[in-house]
Design a protein around this ligand. Structure first.
Ligand code: HEM
Length: 496
């Protein structure tokens, strides 16, 4: 009996001991977390209380594609430098942004661009040496001078898209300009890279390939917000969502493999084919070095992704914004009327109002307004009067820089006339294509497409208006922003 009582007492004692140890551990973890939140690398910066311990609120906004707007609201509350999480900061200060993206002492791209650095392209690489080699190789093909040789092809595809919009609108009562500009931009980049478009503008339909690219784009919010789930994707292919993603990926790979193989054959048969496309340079390189066909596929895919929705979405918003304001539209039409029938990109470069409309569209609706995350170099940095330790991820977002009320008067207004005499600070704050060594290599191509498409479209459809058919309304154009901007309704219907 006494032994039983002793055993019972020991049992009670030991379960109390376990509870006490557990409580102590929880207490220690809590104290450590509180301490880290109070003393961590971003602890001294302004920001929400919770961001001392977690970046979860930002991740949730990323998932909902409202991160840029959320971060902007934090800037309005806390100032130009804000803490987003224990290791994440966003900066909305022009000088600091230029410092972050300048050439010297680079702030390297963060893990966001290529978790683990497994897949490297000019866009995604975090290795400065890899990047400068690729950029030296490919950059010259995207200079204004080189693109002149390509202008007729771009103009032809733009014209075909405009014709497609007109005939679709006549046939069905309205046409989706976002769809048409996407077909056009993807055909342009396909032609430029491999000397052969996908033929989508002429068919008026997205190919399975384009659908698959769109599908991969649509998972970007999830990939950015919770990369761990995305990384587990290959092991979760029994779940239909992940299965569909894996299938899209495989189909994209097969199409690109075929295109690379065909291009290699073309170049073997006729060496002049090499000079007709950007990838001629990479094919040559692949023979001289260890550049494998897979490198070409990865690079080609990266160009398609970087050069399609960006141009298509900016152009769609430009037309939508012009249609909202009859004065802006009249000014633009008046300037376009005097163009010769066979006008060229060079004629368009000389039109002040057209270029002001494009600059204003890029300010308000440039398609890459979200965070461009970089890592602070090991020595740390002093940005906008704040010291930020090395290793912290520091982002800038054009969405906020372009809406700085101290620089742009009535920033929410679409007002092309603000670019008639821009101040130095307006020019410095304007970064729709990024800046510095990692700035957009496609800037001249994009501007050429924007000019040609705007001019050809409004000349062909001067009476265009935004449709209300199929329940189209301005709420379809509400911006959703993950990394890229996309209208909420994924469409913009017009009647011409
Ligand atoms: C209106 C259209 C466009 C916008 C607003 C835009 C915007 C941008 C921005 C902001 C960046 C910097 C990204 C970062 O730092 O994370 C970038 C980079 C890049 N863009 Fe564009 N882009 C456009 C069109 C194009 C086109 C047509 C191409 C195709 C040639 C292209 C290819 C690239 C590439 C390859 C990079 C990476 C450059 C590098 O890291 O060296 N973009 N773009």
């Amino acid at each position: 009996m006494a032994v039983q009582r002793q055993t019972l007492a020991f049992g009670v004692f030991s379960s109390h001991l376990v509870l006490a140890v557990a409580a102590l551990v929880v207490f220690a973890v809590l104290i450590r977390a509180i301490y880290q939140g109070l003393t961590g690398p971003t602890a001294r910066l302004p920001g929400t209380l919770i961001s001392r311990w977690t970046d979860l609120p930002v991740r949730v906004r990323t998932l909902l594609s409202t991160r840029a707007q959320y971060v902007h609201s934090l800037h309005e509350k806390y100032g130009p430098v804000i803490r987003l999480g224990p290791n994440d900061v966003d900066v909305s200060d022009v000088d600091a942004a230029r410092e972050i993206h300048r050439v010297r002492d680079p702030f390297l791209k963060s893990e966001f661009y290529g978790p683990g650095g497994r897949i490297q392209s000019m866009f995604s690489t975090r290795d400065p040496q890899f990047h400068s080699q690729r950029r030296r190789l490919l950059g010259p093909y995207f200079s204004e001078a080189s693109l002149n040789a390509f202008e007729d092809k771009v103009a032809g595809l733009v014209q075909a898209a405009v014709d497609g919009i007109l005939s679709e609108s006549k046939r069905t009562g309205c046409a989706d300009i976002l769809k048409w500009w996407t077909l056009m931009a993807m055909d342009v980049i396909a032609d430029l890279t491999f000397g052969e478009s996908f033929g989508m503008v002429s068919s008026g339909e997205k190919t399975q390939f384009a659908e698959d690219v769109g599908k991969l784009g649509s998972i970007l919010p999830l990939r950015t917000a919770f990369p761990i789930i995305f990384a587990l994707g290959p092991y979760l292919s029994f779940i239909p969502f992940f299965h569909e993603i894996a299938t899209s990926r495989e189909r994209i790979l097969k199409v690109q493999q075929k295109r690379v193989a065909r291009f290699m054959e073309l170049v073997e048969a006729d060496d002049s084919a090499r000079s007709k496309s950007v990838f001629g340079a990479l094919v040559k390189k692949s023979k001289e070095t260890d550049l494998a066909p897979m490198d070409l596929i990865i690079e080609a895919q990266s160009f398609i992704t970087a050069g399609t929705d960006t141009t298509a979405v900016t152009l769609t918003y430009l037309i939508w914004a012009v249609c909202q304001d009859s004065k802006v539209k009249q000014n633009l039409l008046r300037e376009l009327t005097d163009l010769p029938e066979d006008f060229k990109n060079n004629d368009l470069k000389a039109l002040p109002y057209l270029n002001n409309v494009i600059d204003e569209a890029l300010r308000c609706y440039g398609a890459a307004p979200g965070s461009l995350p970089r890592v602070v170099p090991p020595a740390g940095a002093s940005l906008a009067e704040h010291t930020i330790p090395g290793g912290v991820v520091v982002s800038t977002q054009a969405y906020s820089l372009h809406r700085d009320g101290n620089i742009f008067e009535t920033p929410e207004k679409f007002d092309p006339s603000r670019w008639e005499n821009p101040s130095k600070s307006m020019l410095n704050a304007s970064m729709p294509f990024g800046i510095g060594p990692r700035g957009c290599v496609g800037i001249h191509l994009a501007r050429m497409e924007l000019r040609l498409a705007t001019a050809k479209f409004f000349r062909a459809a001067p009476n265009v208006r935004i449709s209300t058919k199929e329940d189209m309304s301005n709420s379809d154009m509400d911006p959703t922003i993950s990394f890229l901007l996309m209208p909420k309704g994924h469409r913009c219907l017009v009647e011409v």
